[in-house]
Design a protein around this ligand. Structure first.
Ligand code: BGC
Ligand code: BGC
Length: 623
C-alpha cells in the first residue's frame, strides 16, 4: 500500500470513528475518570468538546508507555515511521541539515507525512508533532525563502516587518507538513565572540523582547489551529547570551553551552524579560538552554524551570530540552533523566537513542524516582498544545501550500527586509547612494557572488556552506540587475583589477558557522580581507566596503580606507535588497542592534572600557 492510501485510510478511519458513533453528551460520565466504552466515540476526538475535557479524556486512556512516548522527541535520521508507530513516539525533528533526498519541498512533505501517518496508526491515534529550526525562513529546505538572520532584523527596528516574516515562514514550514519551529531565539548576547550572536536580535533586552514577540505572533497567527500557522519556541531558557568566556565544558566551545556568571537580579533584568513578552504573546513551548547558572545546568534547574517559568511567569505550555542536553546533567543517565523531568522538562529532544531514553524513564517512574503526577503534568502540557494546534483535526499541516515555498511574494518580503537591515556606518561626501549610470564598477570578494556565504550558518546544513546551496540572488547579481545598460560591472573574488573604476565595492566579512563552532577569540577582519580592501583602494575612485557578517568585527584601518562602510549582516537569499540600498531604491534606515567595539578589549561589553567605535543604535540615514 502506498503512503497516500495509507494516510487517507487512517484519516477516514478517524473520521468514521467520530462521525458514525453517537457523540457522548457532555455529562460528568464522559470525563477523565470514566473513559468512554468501546462502543462510544472517544470524547477526545470530538472537536466540539472543551479543550481540558479532551486532554483529561485522552490522558485517562493512556498507558505509561504511551505517556513516555509523547514525551520523546527523536531526530529523523535515528528513527523510522514504523518505530514511531511501535513506540508511540510523540515528536520527530529534523536537526540542522536534516533533509530528505532529494532536498525538495515536496520530498520534505512526503517525509514528514510518513512519520505522521505512522503516529495515526497507534492505538490512540495521537498525532505527531514535527519540529525544525526555521530560524531565518525554512532554512533547511532547498528553494525556501531565506530571510536575513535575526541580527539583521534587529537592525530594522521594525516589529511589523518581523511579524510578517514570521507569517511567511510559517506558511513555508506548514507547506512541508511541519508544525513546529524552534524559533525565535530570544537570547540577549552580552559577548559578541559567541557563535550564536547572529541568531539573536540584539544585545538590548527591550529590543529582543519586542521583536521576538512580533516574530512569535507572526508564526502562530491569530489562531494556532489554523493549518497555515506553526508553533513557535522561544529559546534557550535562560541566560544563554550571558555566558563567560572559557566556561564551556563542551569540546572546542568557549562561550556556547557555558556558565552564565551573573546574580539572580541580573539574570532577571537582562535575560528573563523576553520570555515574559513571549508568554504574553502566546508562547506554548519553550526550549531550555545548554548553559548553566548557579552551579547547575539549566536542564536541572527546578527553581528556574518550575518555580519561576511555570509558576511565577504562568507558563502553561511545555518545555522541550535541547539536543542531547539531558545527557550533560550527570554521567549516570538515569539520574540525568530523572533530574531533568523532575526539574520541569516535559519533552526530551533525545535525539538519537530513544530506546535507552524510554527504558530509563520507565524505570525511573517504576522506582519512584519520578512521580507519576509529574509524568501526567508533562503529558497534559504536550497534549494541550497538540489540541490547540488542531492536529487531531488536521494532522498533516497544509501541503496544499507547497507551491508557496520560495514564492516571489515571499522573496519580495525578504528583499524588503534586507534593504531595511542595512546599517550605514560611514558615508564620506555622500558617496551613497550610488548613481546607476557610472561607467564602471569593480566588485571584489568571494562573498559578492556566493549564496552560501551571504546566508551564513543554519542554511541547508547546520554549519551553512559555501557556494550555490540554494536558489537566490547574489549581491553581484543584484548590482548587475540595478545598474544602467551602459555600466560595466567587473567581478574578481580577490579584488584584483587591471584598470581603474569610478566605484569599487569590496565585499568582506565572516564565513559561515553555527553555535559554539563560531565562538571566536579574535573578531579582527581577516588579513586577506584587509589586503583585498587595500588593493581595491588603489583601483577605485570611490571605495565602498560591504560587510557580510554575523556580528560586529574589529575594523582597524578599514574605516579610513573606505569612503563608505555598509553592514549587510547575513542577508539570506535575496541579495537584490543590498543593491536596493546601495543605489538608492531604498533609503538607509538600519540602526546597530549591537554596540560596535573599537578593539577586542571592549568585548564583552561593559562599563569603563572606553568609547566604542559606534554606539548601540548608530546608523546614518539617506533620503
Ligand atoms: C540547538 C538548538 C536547536 C537544536 C535542534 C541544538 O544544538 O542549540 O537551538 O533547536 O539543536 O537542531
Ligand atoms: C545537528 C544540529 C544540532 C547539533 C547539536 C547537529 O548535528 O544537525 O541540529 O543543533 O548537532 O550539536
Amino acid at each position: 500500500m502506498n503512503l497516500k492510501s495509507l494516510l487517507s485510510l487512517s484519516l477516514i478511519g478517524l473520521l468514521l470513528l467520530s462521525a458514525c458513533q453517537p457523540t457522548p453528551a457532555p455529562t460528568p460520565s464522559a470525563t477523565a475518570t470514566s473513559p468512554a466504552t468501546a462502543e462510544s466515540a472517544p470524547l477526545y476526538l470530538d472537536a466540539t468538546q472543551p479543550l481540558e475535557a479532551r486532554v483529561e479524556d485522552l490522558l485517562a486512556r493512556m498507558t505509561l508507555a504511551e505517556k513516555i512516548g509523547q514525551m520523546t522527541q527523536v531526530e529523523k535520521n535515528s528513527i523510522t515511521p514504523e518505530a514511531v508507530r511501535d513506540y508511540a513516539i510523540g515528536s520527530v525533528l529534523s536537526g540542522g541539515g536534516g533533509s530528505p533526498t532529494p532536498n525538495t519541498p515536496a520530498a520534505w512533505a512526503e517525509m514528514v507525512q510518513a512519520y505522521k501517518a505512522a503516529a495515526l496508526e497507534t492505538r490512540l491515534g495521537i498525532p505527531l508533532i514535527y519540529g525544525v529550526d526555521a530560524v531565518h525562513g525554512h532554512n533547511n529546505v532547498k528553494g525556501a525563502t531565506i530571510f536575513p538572520h535575526a541580527i539583521g532584523l534587529g537592525a530594522t527596528r521594525n516589529p511589523d516587518l518581523v511579524r510578517r516574516i514570521g507569517e511567511v515562514t510559517a506558511l513555508e514550514v506548514a507547506a512541508t507538513s511541519v508544525d513546529w519551529d524552534f524559533a525565535p531565539v530570544v537570547a540577549v548576547p552580552q559577548d559578541i565572540r559567541w557563535g550564536r550572536t547572529y541568531e539573536a536580535y540584539s544585545e538590548d533586552t527591550a529590543l529582543v523582547s519586542e521583536l521576538a514577540a512580533a516574530y512569535l505572533t507572526g508564526l502562530q497567527g491569530a489562531d494556532l489551529a489554523d493549518p497555515r500557522t506553526v508553533l513557535a519556541t522561544p529559546k534557550h531558557f535562560v541566560g544563554d547570551g550571558g555566558t563567560a568566556w572559557g566556561s564551556s565544558t563542551t569540546e572546542n566551545y568557549k562561550l556556547d553551552q557555558g556558565v552564565t556568571e551573573v546574580d539572580e537580579a541580573t539574570l532577571r533584568a537582562v535575560h528573563l524579560p523576553p520570555y515574559q513578552a513571549a508568554i504574553a504573546a502566546g508562547a506554548q513551548s519553550i526550549m531550555v538552554s545548554y548553559s548553566s547558572w548557579g552551579g547547575m545546568k539549566m536542564h536541572a534547574q527546578r527553581y528556574l524551570l518550575t518555580d519561576v517559568l511555570k509558576g511565577e511567569l504562568g507558563f502553561t505550555g511545555f518545555l522541550v530540552s535541547d539536543w542531547g542536553a539531558v545527557d550533560q546533567i550527570d554521567p549516570d543517565y538515569k539520574t540525568a533523566v530523572a533530574t531533568a523531568i523532575n526539574a520541569g522538562l516535559d519533552m526530551i529532544m533525545v535525539p538519537y537513542n530513544y530506546q535507552r531514553f524510554i527504558t530509563t524513564l520507565t524505570q525511573a517512574v517504576e522506582e519512584g524516582l519520578v512521580p507519576q503526577a509529574r509524568i501526567d503534568d508533562a503529558v497534559r502540557r504536550i497534549l494541550r498544545v497538540k489540541f490547540k494546534l488542531g492536529l487531531f483535526e488536521h494532522p498533516m499541516g497544509a501541503p496544499e501550500l507547497l507551491p508557496l515555498v520560495g514564492a516571489d511574494e515571499h522573496r519580495a518580503l525578504a528583499r524588503e527586509a534586507v534593504a531595511e537591515s542595512l546599517v550605514l556606518l560611514k558615508n564620506e561626501a555622500a558617496v551613497l547612494p550610488l548613481s546607476k549610470s557610472v561607467s564602471a564598477i569593480h566588485v571584489g570578494g568571494a562573498a559578492a557572488d556566493n549564496i552560501g556565504l551571504q546566508c551564513g550558518g543554519w542554511t541547508i546544513s547546520w554549519q551553512g556552506q559555501v557556494g550555490d546551496s540554494t536558489p537566490g540572488t547574489t549581491l553581484l547579481e543584484g548590482i548587475q540587475a540595478t545598474v544602467s545598460s551602459g555600466t560595466a560591472v567587473r567581478f574578481n573574488r580577490f579584488g584584483k583589477f587591471e584598470t581603474n573604476a569610478e566605484v569599487g565595492i569590496a565585499v568582506v566579512g565572516e564565513r559561515p558557522y553555527a553555535e559554539g563552532v563560531g565562538d571566536a577569540e579574535d573578531l579582527s577582519l581577516d588579513p586577506a580581507d584587509l589586503q583585498l580592501i587595500q588593493r581595491m583602494r588603489k583601483t577605485s575612485d570611490k571605495l565602498i566596503v560591504l560587510l557580510i557578517t554575523g556580528r560586529p568585527l574589529i575594523l582597524g584601518e578599514v574605516l579610513d580606507l573606505a569612503d563608505a562602510v555598509v553592514v549587510a549582516w547575513l542577508p539570506g537569499s535575496e541579495g537584490q535588497g543590498v543593491a536596493d540600498g546601495l543605489f538608492g531604491d531604498a533609503p538607509f534606515r538600519g540602526k546597530l542592534p549591537f554596540t560596535w567595539p573599537a578593539s577586542m578589549e571592549q568585548i564583552p561589553r561593559g562599563q569603563g572600557k572606553g568609547e566604542p567605535l559606534f554606539p548601540f543604535g548608530y546608523g546614518l540615514t539617506t533620503p
